[in-house]
Design a protein around this ligand. Structure first.
Ligand code: IMP
Ligand code: ZN
Length: 381
């Protein structure tokens, strides 16, 4: 059984058995989960046993890996989003060979999609994302092939892959990742989208534009981590939004003006210029019945609380979107450091304040459906 801790565990523990049964019975889409941030701790420990820096050819020393594993076991304490990125070099040291990556992918898919005999599966449908990583043991293509082989053991109605590009990547790296995503998609493999991720304070977003537009033209869905910190400027958000992503990760500090544009029931022309994609319009996935742009917001409550980007559930930006009936999907982000689960995140919706948002069952049913509707797998209209 998946062990959770922190805000999600407290919310879940506060619920009656009948409420938990209700949450379990909902069809849930997990659309924002990072592979290397979602490895079950037991698998990390197993991989650590096999870990040898000389085999891994990494600059991450034994001691750094051991220290990170201890932090992950006892629960990480973070002061801001950027603290969180220090965890990944050690995790990457453990998953740098194809065999280890295969073990990790298999464990992540099982933890989301298999019935563990006590709880049922965490979610009905998973769009798992990962950044293709070149290591001394594999090319980026090998990396994606390894992940896809594991993913394709599940039916297409259950699991699909989003290829992440990292904000720190060079023009050539982005080009390679996008080319691979398009190539796999065009050969009928289970790639459904592109994600922009990585340290929100790094990178030059301009260089991504041409690659992202190419990915869209190839029919891939697009999601971008956006406005994760107060230092991400409205100009940067506008640039990312000009790509017309189908979904937005976090969107914690999107300016009020931009939010107003999402909620407006008039055409969005002022703050939201669109890049000329040359694609026949409309790109209907992120549009409402009138054709207005309504990107689905990927909400990760525990992640935001633990990274301290949101100070309390009462202050969470989800309230703005709920009030305005704007599409959202409830997701986990990285269950390894945040020690949560899909059920735990839904418990945060249902639990009474201050442990949860205190939403009623009807609202939560509506949210779960919105999540399923925001999947990239849906045939494009
Ligand atoms: P991977 O892409 O499977 O290697 O998953 C880990 C990577 O996901 C990290 O190195 C980050 O780049 C990215 N990531 C995980 N969580 C976040 C987040 O909240 N914001 C931005 N990037 C993230
Ligand atoms: Zn994320």
């Amino acid at each position: 059984m998946l062990q959770i801790a922190g805000p999600a565990a407290l919310a879940l523990a506060s619920l009656q058995a009948d409420d938990v049964h209700f949450l379990r019975s909902l069809s849930k889409a997990e659309l924002h989960a990072h592979l290397n941030g979602s490895i079950p701790i037991n698998t990390i420990l197993e991989l650590a046993q096999q870990y040898s820096p000389s085999i891994a050819h990494t600059t991450v020393e034994d001691k750094a890996v051991a220290k990170t594993i201890e932090r992950l076991k006892s629960g990480v304490s973070l002061n801001e989003v950027s603290d969180f990125f220090y965890l990944f070099p050690a995790i990457y040291a453990l998953t740098s060979a194809p065999q280890a990556l295969q073990t990790a992918t298999c464990a992540v898919l099982q933890s989301f999609l298999n019935d563990d005999g006590t709880n049922g599966p965490q979610c009905t449908y998973l769009e798992l994302r990962t950044t293709p990583r070149e290591t001394p043991h594999m090319t980026r293509e090998d990396y994606l092939e390894t992940v896809l082989i594991e993913m394709e053991r599940y039916p297409a109605t259950q699991a699909a892959l989003i290829v992440s590009v990292d904000r720190r990547m060079s023009d050539m790296d982005i080009e390679e990742c996008v080319n691979l995503a398009i190539k796999f998609k065009n050969s009928g493999r289970r790639v459904v989208g592109i994600d922009l991720c990585g340290d929100p304070l790094k990178g030059d977003m301009q260089i991504f534009t041409k690659h992202i537009l190419r990915a869209k033209e190839a029919g891939l869905g697009l999601t971008v981590h956006i406005a994760e910190t107060t230092k991400n400027t409205p100009e940067e958000s506008q640039l990312l939004l000009s790509w017309r992503p189908d979904r937005l990760g976090h969107a914690t500090f999107i300016s009020e003006e931009l939010k107003d544009e999402f909620f407006a029931d008039t055409p969005q022309q002022t703050m939201l210029p669109e890049c000329d994609t040359g694609i026949t319009k409309p790109q209907a996935r992120a549009s409402d019945a009138n054709g207005w742009y309504k990107p689905c917001i990927e909400i990760c409550l525990s992640s935001n609380l633990l990274c301290k980007s949101v100070l309390s559930l009462d202050a969470h930006h989800i309230h703005d979107y709920l009030k305005n009936d704007h599409p959202v999907v409830i997701c986990t982000d990285d269950v390894l450091p945040f020690r949560t689960s899909c059920l735990g995140e839904y418990a945060l919706l249902l639990a009474q304040r201050p442990l949860g948002l205190g939403l009623d069952r009807k609202d939560i049913e509506r949210l779960a459906k919105m999540g399923m509707d925001a999947a990239f797998l849906r045939p494009r209209t």
